[in-house]
Design a protein around this ligand. Structure first.
Ligand code: AMP
Ligand code: MG
Length: 404
């Protein structure tokens, strides 16, 4: 097979061939999971004014010397949403509720639980520490500062930060528009009963669900037969303007009916690579026609899954403008001896972490068709090519199969 490259070379090629899509304005409440195309700055300080963190009394420290100090209570209560009250004067305490603006000059808040009201006065318990239960204006965020950088995928917490900063609407990158198609004469829909020699298409539903996990709603194209006419329909140039990526499965290895890469080239795609030195998933193909990206994933379900998670996901992150495109790798200790192969291998594994550290246990499985073993894994672990034994306890790189 021509154009076989290493995993790292494949990732660099994907980075090189993909660039961030355009952007659109989006209401902040809709923006979780999307990627910022412009940084978010705050137009306010946070907190926006000096405020109380407790229901209590705003006091001056000079009035709180020693347990049992007593101060006059200013009539009324300051609640959240009230305008800031007049400044505190020596000898008085002002009753303030959580989130209320405190009087200028306040040096501490004594919680109601540590104060007792007696005849218009307040008797305080232990003297408070300076600044106790006070939140100062701008102590978390100052107006004009950058809160979230361009390229950040927004978590729900990021959304809260953007909302308090007044960044509504936000500007986010467009979502990639993806189409999925399975190839193979043997395939029938998952709702059908396979006849002799047939099997159900499990890749299309899996790939669709992998896309949906990333917030992308893919289009599912009709299954294609392994002949020029069937395959040509996958690469219809009429679709060029309406798609950013086509994901096919099957038909990319060296068999007599593995015709997809040749057909992609005939339909105007340039083949960037065809074959990665990896197990499973070696025959994966990647091409491009203008701005349209094509991944030809192998038909074996585990290979298709691993190919998506390592490579397609990388391209999707790039199209979405993610600053550090995934998948992110972490290190865990191998739980038992493993024999490396001639190719870099990404094995199904179960990752656990406890006080003893992060460990990863390979899942026994029979190979790239064994989707049942793959379903028992929550991670993939990387075994570099080599000979001999990789002993238990060795640090290995992993990626999570659960959504990160
Ligand atoms: P291929 O990559 O086309 O040579 O297919 C490799 C293996 O994966 C064969 O056993 C196929 O029957 C199987 N296969 C291909 N496409 C799918 C699919 N969409 N769903 C499940 N298995 C498939
Ligand atoms: Mg096939």
């Amino acid at each position: 097979m021509a154009l076989v490259i290493s995993v790292e070379e494949a990732l660099s090629a994907i980075d090189r061939e993909t660039e961030a899509l355009g952007s659109e304005p989006l209401a902040v409440a809709e923006a979780g999971g999307r990627v910022l195309s412009r940084p978010v700055r705050s137009d306010v300080d946070w907190p926006p004014f000096d405020t109380s963190a407790m229901d209590g009394y705003a006091v001056l420290l000079v009035d709180t010397q020693g347990p049992g100090a007593s101060v006059a209570e200013r009539p009324g209560t300051v609640a959240a949403g009230d305008v800031p009250p007049p400044a505190l004067v020596p000898g008085e305490a002002v009753r303030v509720m959580t989130g209320a603006p405190v009087p200028p000059g306040t040096q501490a808040v004594v919680p109601v639980e540590q104060a007792e009201r007696r005849d218009g006065r307040v008797v305080l318990g232990e003297p408070p520490k300076p600044g106790a239960h006070l939140r100062r204006r701008g102590e978390s965020v100052s107006a004009g500062s950058e809160l979230l950088p361009a390229g950040r995928r927004l978590s729900p917490t990021d959304v809260a930060l953007a909302a308090l900063a007044g960044a509504d609407p936000l500007t986010v990158h467009l979502r990639p528009r993806v189409a999925i198609a399975a190839t193979g004469n043997e395939l029938v829909p998952s709702s059908a009963r396979p006849g002799p020699g047939q099997l159900r298409d499990s890749n299309s539903p899996m790939l669709a669900s992998l896309c949906r996990e990333r917030g992308i709603s893919p289009r599912i194209l009709p299954r294609a037969r392994d002949d020029a006419r069937g395959l040509a329909a996958l690469f219809d140039p009429e679709r060029d303007g309406s798609l950013d990526m086509i994901l096919t499965s099957g038909g990319v290895s060296a068999g007599d009916f593995d015709l997809v890469p040749a057909e992609a080239e005939r339909q105007g795609f340039s083949l960037v690579f065809h074959g990665i030195a990896i197990r499973p998933g070696k025959p994966i193909a990647f091409g491009r026609r203008g701005r349209l990206i094509w991944f030809g994933l192998p038909g074996n379900p585990v290979s298709a899954s691993v190919g998506f998670r390592l490579f397609v996901r990388r391209a999707l992150d790039r199209l979405e403008g993610v600053e550090r495109p995934g998948p992110s790798r972490f290190t865990a200790a191998l739980s038992r001896d493993v024999r490396p192969g001639r190719r870099e291998t990404w094995k199904d594994a179960v990752f656990t972490a406890d006080a003893g550290g992060a460990r990863v246990e390979p899942v026994p499985g029979a190979g790239s068709h064994d989707i049942a073993a793959h379903a028992r894994a929550n991670a993939l672990l990387r075994i570099p090519a080599g000979d001999g034994t990789l002993p238990a306890g060795s640090p290995v790189e992993c990626i999570l199969l659960e959504t990160e």
